[in-house]
Design a protein around this ligand. Structure first.
Ligand code: GTP
Ligand code: MG
Length: 193
């Protein structure tokens, strides 16, 4: 998609605050600090539209980015961030679950995993959860600029095996540094919106 106009329309912590204009939504989920906000910035050709941080836990609300009045990209708070209180973690969980399980305009979820490591228990749970609700998934292995090209196949097979990726799930290598995989991620979004 050619993106000229993007606005962050709103931040939500519960369903009453979700947008109501009916555009399809694609959500970005993944561990805190994995690069969700960076992926959004890459997709919309901006450096710092979605706030990023080297400190985990930057994104704390569901942030709806209006793309060309055609689509919302939804930045979901990262899971597995140990430094928030148990109560706050539970509240995050409820917020994310409510969104993923009840949201009609939600057409697909991009789950980001760190391409350098084996997916965590949290990654596995998130993937199983989204598949259980039959939501189409694209697994994106990110930070792949940090992995040597001759190790990419190995990273991919570890991720596929650990998550037990099924036939209805797509997979893409990605880097927000080099923009590798950007067109393929856009293609997946356009096929699912
Ligand atoms: P939360 O909002 O805390 O859930 O994090 P997030 O998933 O939105 O991560 P964010 O995009 O803020 O990125 C976290 C850190 O990783 C930042 O320092 C980014 O610059 C860095 N980062 C993100 N993507 C990449 C990538 O593809 N390659 C490299 N080398 N660094 C990346
Ligand atoms: Mg973020």
């Amino acid at each position: 998609m050619k993106v000229n106009n993007v606005s962050m329309n709103l931040s939500a912590v519960s369903s009453a605050q979700y947008p109501d204009d009916g555009y399809p939504e694609i959500a970005l989920a993944g561990r805190s600090n994995v690069g969700k906000s960076s992926l959004i910035n890459t997709l919309i050709n901006r450096n710092a539209f979605a706030r990023t941080s080297s400190k985990p836990g930057k994104t704390q609300t569901l942030n709806f980015y209006n793309i060309e009045d055609q689509l919302y990209l939804v930045d979901v708070p990262g899971y597995g961030y140990a430094k928030v209180s148990k109560k706050q973690r539970e509240e995050f969980g409820v917020m994310i679950e409510e969104y993923l399980t009840t949201r009609k305009p939600l057409k697909g979820v991009i789950i980001l995993v760190d391409g350098r490591h084996e997916p965590s228990e949290d990654d596995i749970s998130m993937y199983e959860f989204v598949r259980y609700y039959n939501i189409p998934v694209l697994i994106v292995a990110t930070k792949m600029d940090k992995v040597k090209g001759n190790q990419w196949n190995k990273s991919e097979s570890i991720i596929r095996k650990t998550l037990e990726i099924d036939d209805q799930t797509d997979f893409q290598i990605f880097s927000s540094e080099t923009k590798y995989g950007k067109d393929e991620v856009w293609k997946w979004i356009e096929e699912h919106m």
